[in-house]
Design a protein around this ligand. Structure first.
Ligand code: SAH
Length: 341
C-alpha cells in the first residue's frame, strides 16, 4: 500500500526518507513543498531530483483534493465541493471577515451521529477523513483565493471527535511552525458531545476553542434532536465542559440551533440559563437551516431576539450567528447531498 505522505509529521517523514535511503534534509524540503508551498504534485517540487520524484510517486500517495464545484456569494462566502481520490465528496466553506479568511472544513465523509435537523446525517457515515484530506481543504481554498487562511473551524460534515486520532494529527500539522502555522487560538473544533473524547482532548491542553452542540435545555429535549444524548446525558456533557475549561482555561462555546416551536420558547431560555449560568462559556445561537427532508422551521426574528435577551438577563454572553452567503445557501451539507443522490 502507498504511504500517505502528507499525513506524516516532520519526524515521521524524515524516518520514512531514511528508510528510502534518502537524507533527512530532503524530507524537510518535501515537507515544505507539501505544507507551505502546497504543491499539487511531486513534479512541482523543483529542488528535488527527477529520480526522487519518481521514487516518491511510486511509493507514496500525495493527497490533493479535486475541486468539483464552487458556489460564490457576493459577500465573499464560497462553498466548495471537493472529490476525494476514492470518489467520495466533501464540502468546505470559505468565509471572509475583517480579521481574515476563515475556512470551515469537514472531518468525515458523511456522519453517523444522526442529529435530526442535520443534512449530513441523512446518508450516514461513508468514512473518516485522513489528516491530509482535512488539511488539503484549507490548502486548496488558499490556492484558489490567493490569500492566506488565518482561522479554521472544524464544523463541516462529520463529527471530529468520532475521528479523534486523525483530528489530532491534523491539528498538529496545521499549527506546526514549519507548516501553515495557524495559531491554536484561531482554531475551533465543534462536537455533538462525545464525552470520553472531550476528556481526552482536555488532557492535550491545546489552546483551541471547543464548541459544543447543545441545542436543548434538558436531557429530554436533547434526546428528541440528538441521538448522541442516549449515550451521554446532558449533565455528564456539562461536567466534561467544566473539565475542559479547568484543564485548558479556554471558554466553551455552546451552539444552540433555534428550531421554531421546538426549543425556542422563553422557558427554554430560562432552563438553559439555569443549566449553564455558572460556567465560563458563551452561547452562539443559530437559526436552524431548514432541510427538505425534515419539517423543522426557523425561529422568527422576534423569537431569536427574545431568546438572546433572556439569556443576557442571566449574565450569559450570547451571539447570533450571522447568516453569510444567503444567496448560495441551502443548509449545511446540502451541496454534498445533492451531488451524491
Ligand atoms: N458534528 C459536529 C460538527 C459539525 S455540525 C457537531 O455536531 O458540532 C456544526 C454545527 O452545525 C453543529 O452545531 C450542528 O448541530 C449544526 N447544524 C447542523 N445542521 C444544522 C441545520 N440544519 N441548521 C442549523 N445548524 C445545524
Amino acid at each position: 500500500m502507498k504511504q500517505d505522505i502528507k499525513s506524516f509529521n516532520q519526524k515521521e517523514l524524515e524516518e520514512f526518507f531514511v528508510s528510502l535511503g534518502e537524507k533527512p534534509f530532503r524530507a524537510r524540503q518535501v515537507y515544505q513543498w507539501m505544507h507551505v508551498k502546497q504543491a499539487a504534485s511531486f513534479a512541482e517540487m523543483t529542488n528535488i531530483s527527477k529520480a526522487l520524484q519518481e521514487k516518491l510517486s511510486q511509493t507514496c500517495e500525495l493527497t490533493v483534493l479535486r475541486q468539483q464545484l464552487v458556489q460564490r456569494s457576493r459577500d465573499g462566502t464560497a462553498k466548495y465541493l471537493f472529490a476525494l481520490a476514492d470518489g467520495n465528496m466533501i464540502e468546505s466553506v470559505r468565509m471572509k471577515y475583517k480579521h481574515g479568511n476563515s475556512v470551515c472544513i469537514s472531518s468525515q465523509a458523511g456522519c453517523r451521529m444522526g442529529c435530526r435537523f442535520c443534512a449530513s446525517a441523512l446518508g450516514g457515515l461513508a468514512r473518516n477523513l485522513t489528516p491530509a484530506e482535512m488539511l488539503d481543504q484549507i490548502y486548496r481554498i488558499q490556492a484558489d483565493i490567493g490569500e492566506r487562511v488565518s482561522h479554521v473551524v472544524v464544523m463541516g460534515t462529520g463529527e471530529p471527535l468520532d475521528n479523534y486520532d486523525n483530528l489530532l494529527k491534523f491539528l498538529e500539522l496545521l499549527t506546526d511552525e514549519q507548516g501553515l502555522h495557524i495559531s491554536q487560538r484561531n482554531i475551533t473544533v465543534s462536537t455533538c458531545g462525545i464525552v470520553p473524547n472531550m476528556r481526552r482532548l482536555a488532557e492535550e491542553k491545546l489552546q483551541i476553542t471547543l464548541a459544543v452542540s447543545l441545542h436543548a435545555s434538558s436531557q429530554q429535549k436533547r434526546l428528541e434532536l440528538m441521538p448522541v444524548a442516549n449515550k451521554y446525558e446532558i449533565e455528564e456533557l456539562l461536567e466534561a465542559c467544566r473539565e475542559y475549561f479547568a484543564k485548558t482555561g479556554r471558554r466553551i462555546t455552546f451552539e444552540y440551533s433555534l428550531v421554531g416551536g421546538v426549543n425556542d420558547k422563553t422557558e427554554d431560555a430560562v432552563q438553559l440559563a439555569a443549566l449553564i449560568k455558572n460556567m465560563n462559556c458563551h452561547v452562539n445561537l443559530i437559526p436552524v437551516n431548514p432541510i427538505e427532508e425534515r419539517d423543522y422551521v426557523q425561529s422568527g426574528k422576534r423569537a431569536v431576539a427574545e431568546f438572546k435577551e433572556k439569556l443576557e438577563k442571566y449574565g450569559i454572553t450570547v451571539t447570533v450567528r450571522r447568516e453569510m452567503g444567503r444567496d448560495i445557501d441551502g443548509a449545511c451539507g446540502q451541496l454534498r447531498r445533492r451531488q451524491i443522490l
